[in-house]
Design a protein around this ligand. Structure first.
Ligand SMILES: NC(=O)c1ccc[n+]([C@@H]2O[C@H](COP(=O)([O-])OP(=O)(O)OC[C@H]3O[C@@H](n4cnc5c(N)ncnc54)[C@H](O)[C@@H]3O)[C@@H](O)[C@H]2O)c1
Length: 680
């Protein structure tokens, strides 16, 4: 049966045969066996409701087997036999091009070249799911193929609840992931309700179909490393021969060595999973693979002496690297970590001195021992990092819950008045901040988000690299025009972004769809999008463009330990901004919107949302993009300015001058002196 017919069919008419377990792709680790017997029956009953009763006997055995073996019911036998990748948009059966664009993005998120565990429908971050099972995928694609512009598809954590009548102006799809009653949003709750098949962790762009491979994060990582070096180096120094140490070569973390190369330093990235490191090496994302610490030390010293721009993947545990470099007295300029500590007990973080294979077994067979090992390992890692920072290394948390989990493990991540590192149990004030900043507090927050710069992205729906080249040129032209009259406060950002887009093609970052990421502010995003829309209308671009962004942005995400960690008015533990954003985007023209509990730092720790928007060259698309992109950025700037962030106050005042219809409540600043004397 041809591809289009299979999509329209949805759940196949005949029961497919059981599939062999595919050993050629990476699989999700076995999940915790957390359900009681009654709950296991409920999970199977839940799974069977997708299928005709005549299949239940056979499928119930099959699903019980999957639940016992993997801890989840993925419905492997329903994975389609056609290839999963972003096809040119016209190849999708559709009644509205908007739905075809969404199908393209869903398939991109499940492409084995893009997805981390494609058979388990996981795109990145160890547990970031597009759907919980293959039945949900099949039904969703079927709905999208048949929907009109008078309908909206509502998706609950991967489950397509159905098509509901709406209007042309409404989003075609509304997605929620992992939304829970707040008191039922702890890590074990996730394991349980996900195993029951009623919720999923959508990460950020996985469950919203907006993941574009590791490129999505390269730009942000490059900006972070470049600006971190600007913080620590003297004016006349550059990053050549200077060391950046970090960990993780997975879905997102795999961007680090490439970004390090673009920033011009020596990047050392430890990765315990040899397969992940080899994949990144084969894809050209890291220059050299090293298997032991002696070789790592000698290769690093050589690179330092020759001031090489080099990225090295060390296959082994990051703790060993920090400790060995301390013994060798090698000075590290920058340090961070991008292991998946948002998911510490199920494969996100591997403890030192336990082999990768043994750790994978232990987390299932002896989870308590595994937890003890992870905590001990984090304490050792922090102790080694502290030795380096005392010598001058600049260490920052990279949005992976490193400091959060290290503090929970009682590692010495706090500082006392004497400048000594102490642990949580030795703290006098339990509200004291960690000794190290997050990259948002020091770098991305004040330098980018507060001005509205964030990870805008687009996908060329033709699948044609020539279209991507043309969009790069259009975007560069637009930014150069804006830069001519941009205020001095944002000149550096503008220049960095122009350099980025001009070199983007050369850096060969496309994996999967023909996509591009480009940090831009509200003005830049709208003007670039408008220029694309005109180029589609004139035929310069051969097909529509799909716009989107990472959730890790100015307005979409409330996350006290990451995106909103530089909000200091107490509101970082609220989630109003993300909720307003999704509602606001949905009636201003988004093609699809999503809102998630969890993403980045973990379930229960963040509420984050995003959008997708199809540009088809029409005047309606032009109106939609202006209205929605404006709100999608300025919502966050207004909140950041209300929190008294001075860069955001500057940005929103400037926006109000440009846009008379915008009226934002501005804060009055209070003199410290007044408060200092109030209770004395
Ligand atoms: N800073 C950002 O902008 C940003 C963006 C997205 C994600 N993140 C966060 O970064 C983390 C990583 O994301 P990802 O998609 O790469 O996840 P991932 O699970 O694909 O990759 C993490 C990698 O770390 C490796 N690892 C774990 N423990 C290790 C150890 N002790 N030593 C060496 N290697 C170890 C794992 O084998 C894995 O390959 C997540 O917590 C994610 O939420 C940050």
């Amino acid at each position: 049966m041809i591809f289009k017919e299979q999509i329209i069919q949805g759940i196949p008419i005949a029961l497919p045969l059981k599939k062999e377990y595919d050993n050629t792709v990476s699989h999700a680790p076995k999940r915790k066996d957390i359900l009681s017997l009654a709950e296991k029956k409920l999970a199977i009953r839940n799974a069977l409701r997708y299928f005709p009763v005549a299949w239940h006997q056979e499928l119930s055995r099959d699903f019980a087997d999957e639940l016992n073996t993997y801890g989840r019911i993925y419905m492997y036998r329903f994975k389609p036999d056609y290839e999963l990748y972003a096809r040119p948009i016209y190849e999708y059966p559709h009644k509205t091009m908007q739905a075809a664009g969404i199908m393209l993005m869903i398939q991109n998120n499940l492409d084995p070249a893009v997805a981390q565990h494609p058979d388990e429908l996981i795109t990145y971050g160890g547990n970031g799911g597009v759907f919980q099972n293959w039945a949900q995928y099949l039904l969703t694609m079927q709905y999208l193929a048949s929907m009109t512009e008078e309908q909206t598809l509502h998706i609950y954590s991967g489950h397509p609840m159905g098509l509901f009548p709406s209007s042309k102006e409404a989003p075609r799809v509304v997605v929620t992931n992992g939304m829970m009653i707040p008191n039922y949003s702890k890590p074990d709750d996730w394991e349980k309700f996900n195993a029951l098949g009623v919720t999923q962790y959508g990460q950020m762009t996985a469950g919203s179909y907006m993941y574009i491979g590791p490129q999505g994060i390269v730009h942000g990582t490059t900006i972070t490393i470049m600006n971190a070096f600007r913080k620590v180096l003297k004016k006349d120094e550059n990053s050549a021969g200077k060391i950046f140490i970090t960990a993780g070569l997975g879905g997102m973390s795999g961007a680090q060595p490439k970004a390090g190369n673009i920033a011009g330093c020596i990047t050392i990235c430890a990765e315990v999973n040899a397969a992940a490191a080899t994949k990144r090496h084969e894809q050209g994302w890291v220059d050299v693979l090293v298997h032991n610490l002696d070789d790592l030390v000698s290769r690093t010293k050589k690179a330092q002496a020759n001031k090489e721009v080099l990225s090295i993947a060390y296959i082994g545990n990051i703790v060993a690297v920090w400790e060995r470099f301390s013994e060798e007295n090698i000075f590290i300029h920058l340090g961070s970590d991008q292991t998946s500590l948002h998911n510490p007990w199920a494969g996100g973080y591997y403890p030192v001195e336990v082999s990768f294979e043994d750790a994978n077994k232990m987390m299932v067979t002896n989870p308590e021992l595994f937890k003890t090992k992870v905590r001990a390992s984090l304490k050792r890692q922090v102790a080694a990092i502290n030795q380096h920072t005392l010598k001058g290394t600049y260490f920052f948390d990279y949005g992976n819950a490193f400091l959060l989990e290290a503090s929970r493990a009682d590692a010495a991540v706090y500082e006392n008045d004497k400048g000594e590192f102490i642990n949580f149990s030795s703290l006098e004030d339990e509200n004291q901040d960690w000794a190290y900043p997050s990259y948002i507090q020091d770098i991305l927050g004040p330098m980018c988000f507060d001005y509205g710069f964030g990870p805008f992205r687009w996908v060329c729906a033709s699948g044609d690299p020539k279209d991507l080249e043309k969009t790069d040129a259009i975007a560069a032209r637009v930014l150069e025009e804006i830069k001519e009259t941009a205020p001095v406060e944002i000149q550096q950002q503008m220049q960095d972004n122009i350099t980025w887009i001009k070199e983007a093609d050369k850096n060969k970052m496309v994996v999967g769809s023909q996509a591009r990421i480009l940090y831009a502010d509200a003005e830049g995003r709208a003007k670039i999008a408008e220029a694309f829309n005109k180029a589609i209308a004139s035929g310069e671009l051969s097909a529509p463009i799909i716009l989107g962004r990472d959730h890790h942005d100015v307005s979409g995400t409330d996350s006290p330990f990451r995106e909103t960690s530089n909000i200091y008015d107490g509101s970082k533990f609220t989630a109003d901004m993300a909720i307003h954003n999704v509602i606001g985007d949905s009636f201003r023209g988004a093609t699809w919107v999503s809102i998630h509990n969890g993403g980045g730092v973990g379930w229960g720790e963040v509420i984050n949302g995003g959008f997708g928007m199809l540009l088809d060259g029409s005047s309606e698309a032009s109106a939609r993009l202006k209205n929605m992109l404006f709100y999608d950025v300025n919502n966050g700037i207004s909140r950041r300015s209300w929190a008294r962030n001075k860069e955001a106050i500057f940005a929103i005042q400037r926006e109000m001058e440009r846009t008379p219809e915008l009226k934002v409540t501005l804060p009055n600043l209070v003199d410290d002196f007044l408060l200092d004397n109030l209770f004395s």
